[in-house]
Write a protein that binds this ligand. Structure first.
Ligand code: B12
Length: 165
């Protein structure tokens, strides 16, 4: 059997606008510092052989503010020899909702997901147990059908979650 492979995919999530659309721009002017740092740190760990000699590590980065995130294509990277981990990086409070929506899509496709950044660290530091939004997965699962439609309909469905679903 060949070397095992770890495919790490870092994503900087965008955020939703007031109507529920993902904010995405034709061109970006400011690359994400956290995305670049984690890319470099992960490559350094791999090159130093810290994960063992029998593991090949690949890193991909995506910026949701200027790129569509190819969830299915990323999920297809996983096979018997390849483990895939998706990390949402530098997630601020206004990006957390978008990050957790994408995270649920990956989790449903059987992919391990990590979320890091100010929002998660801040909420865990402020409260003695994970806040409601960090535990929102079950609600989100129920609203997936609505959210997939996007736009004002999705925002409305989300605001009236209990009544709507
Ligand atoms: C630089 C910076 C900016 C720059 C970003 C420049 C760039 N090109 O990236 C600019 C000026 C553009 C900016 C803009 C904004 N910022 Co700002 N910014 C910062 C600042 C000062 C540093 C962030 C940084 O680059 N840190 C260095 C990186 C390498 O570290 P890091 O992000 O913490 O990530 C490390 C770890 O957390 C961890 N990690 C992070 N993610 C993950 C994920 C995984 C999987 C793992 C394993 C580890 C991991 O590993 C990293 C390496 O050690 C922070 C304050 C701070 N001191 O953190 C505020 C801060 C993040 N910004 C903040 C805010 C509010 C904003 C704005 C919304 C302001 C506005 N109203 O427009 C915008 C939002 C822009 C956007 N949509 O992303 C707030 C966020 C508050 C919140 N509740 O979310 C912060 C915390 C400042 C504050 N205290 O108010 N910002």
């Amino acid at each position: 059997m060949g070397k095992r492979r770890l495919h790490v995919v870092y994503i900087r999530p965008s955020r939703y606008d007031d109507d529920g659309y993902v904010l995405r721009f034709w061109r970006g002017v400011l690359p994400s510092n956290t995305l670049a740092c984690l890319d470099a740190l992960t490559r350094a760990v791999a090159q130093a052989g810290e994960l063992g000699d029998d593991v090949d590590v690949e890193v991909d980065v995506y910026d949701d503010t200027v790129q569509r995130i190819p969830v299915k294509k990323i999920a297809r990277l996983k096979n018997d020899n390849t483990q895939v981990v998706v990390g949402f990086v530098g997630v601020q409070s206004n990006q957390f909702e978008r990050a957790s929506d994408l995270a649920i899509e990956f989790r449903n496709a059987g992919i391990q997901v990590l979320v890091g950044g100010f929002h998660v660290s801040g909420m865990l530091a402020l409260f003695d147990k994970p806040s409601h939004d960090l535990r929102r997965e079950p609600v989100q699962r129920r609203s997936r059908g609505a959210r997939r439609v996007g736009g004002p309909f999705a925002r409305c469905a989300q605001r009236h979650n209990a009544a709507y679903l």
